[in-house]
Design a protein around this ligand. Structure first.
Ligand code: GLU
Length: 288
C-alpha cells in the first residue's frame, strides 16, 4: 500500500512555525516514502474560520515549497458524510442527546458526591454522564450528541485501544485500556449543537475518505487518537499509522498558538526569511 499523508490546518489564524514544522514533516515523510501529501482544510467551525486565513494558508504552504493535489478537501463541503457517520453510530445504539452546557458540567463535577478531582480528557473535563439515560427519540435542536463510551467499547469488543506510532519520541504508550478510556476520556461529543459534527468524527471520516495511511500531526493530539481509533473500529474504517511529532515551543517553552502573530510565517517572510531559514528554525534538514 503506498504511503499517503496529509496536513489538516484550521483556517482560524495565521500559520506559525508549529504549522510549518507539521506540514514540512508530513511532506518530507511522503517524499521519503515515494508517497503522496494531501491538504485538508478543517473549517467545520464556521464562526472561527475565515476565507482570508485559508487563502493565506495556501500562500504560505506554496512559499514553503509544498505541493498538493488541488482542490484541497474542505470539511465544510462534507457535512452529510459526517452526519451519516453519526447516524450509523446512533443506529448501533451508541449515541445519546445531551443538553448540558459547559456550566452544568462544571457544576455537576464540583458537586460534593463526585469526590476526587474530575479527570481531564482530550476535550476537557470528563463528562459526568448527566444525560446518559436519555434516548435519541427525545433528541432536539438544543442537544449535542455524545458517544456512550462504555457501550461503544463493548460494541467494538476490544481489549484495549492501540495504534502504530512512528514518532521517535511519542508522548506516551500507544495503547490505552478500556478502563482508562472510560475514566480518562468518557462520553465525548460526536455532534456539537452548533455545527452538527465534531473534530473527532470529521477527522476519522476524512482520513478514511482520503486514503490516509499515516497521520502526521502534533503530540497535542496524541490522546485524541484513542477516540479516533475506537471510532474507526466502530465505523469499519481502516486504522492508519500515526506520527505525533514534537511541538515547537517559544523561548519560554510555551506551545505556539495561532494568536502568537510574532511567530507567524508571514511575519518571517516579510522580514526576508527564506523557506530554508524556516526549516532550520524548526530543526528540519534542508530539502533535498
Ligand atoms: N485541524 C487540526 C488543527 O489545526 C489538526 C487536526 C489533525 O491533524 O488531525 O489543529
Amino acid at each position: 500500500m503506498s504511503y499517503v499523508t496529509r496536513f489538516a490546518p484550521s483556517p482560524t489564524g495565521p500559520l506559525h512555525l508549529g504549522h510549518a514544522f507539521s506540514a514540512l514533516t508530513a511532506f518530507d515523510r511522503a517524499r521519503a516514502a515515494g508517497g503522496r501529501f494531501l491538504l485538508r482544510i478543517e473549517d467545520i467551525d464556521r464562526a472561527r474560520c475565515k476565507p482570508e486565513w485559508e487563502a493565506r494558508i495556501f500562500d504560505d504552504l506554496g512559499w514553503l515549497g509544498l505541493a498538493w493535489p488541488r482542490p484541497a478537501m474542505r470539511q465544510s463541503d462534507r457535512l452529510p458524510a459526517y452526519r451519516a457517520a453519526v447516524d450509523r453510530l446512533a443506529a448501533m445504539g451508541l449515541v445519546y442527546p445531551c443538553r448540558c452546557r459547559r456550566g452544568d458540567i462544571r457544576a455537576a463535577l464540583s458537586a460534593p458526591q463526585e469526590g476526587a478531582d474530575p479527570a481531564i480528557g482530550p476535550d476537557g473535563p470528563v463528562y459526568p454522564g448527566t444525560c446518559r439515560g436519555r434516548t435519541m427519540a427525545g433528541a432536539g435542536p438544543e442537544d449535542a450528541l455524545r458517544l456512550n463510551m462504555s457501550l461503544a467499547l463493548q460494541s467494538a469488543g476490544m481489549e484495549d485501544i492501540s495504534f502504530v506510532e512512528t514518532a521517535p519520541e511519542p508522548p506516551g504508550p500507544a495503547t490505552m485500556s478500556v478502563a482508562a478510556m472510560r475514566t480518562g476520556i468518557g462520553d465525548v461529543v460526536l455532534a456539537r449543537r452548533d455545527i452538527g459534527t465534531s473534530y473527532h468524527v470529521a477527522v476519522v471520516v476524512d482520513d478514511a475518505a482520503q486514503g490516509i495511511t499515516e497521520v502526521v500531526r502534533g503530540a497535542d493530539l496524541f490522546a485524541a487518537t484513542f477516540i479516533h481509533v475506537l471510532l474507526q473500529r466502530l465505523l469499519g474504517l481502516p486504522v492508519p499509522g500515526y506520527h505525533h511529532h514534537r511541538l515547537i515551543r517559544d523561548a519560554a517553552g510555551k506551545r505556539l498558538a495561532k494568536r502568537d502573530d510574532a511567530r507567524a510565517i508571514a511575519r518571517y517572510r516579510a522580514e526576508g526569511a527564506t523557506p530554508a531559514d524556516i526549516r532550520a528554525m524548526v530543526g528540519l534538514q534542508p530539502s533535498g
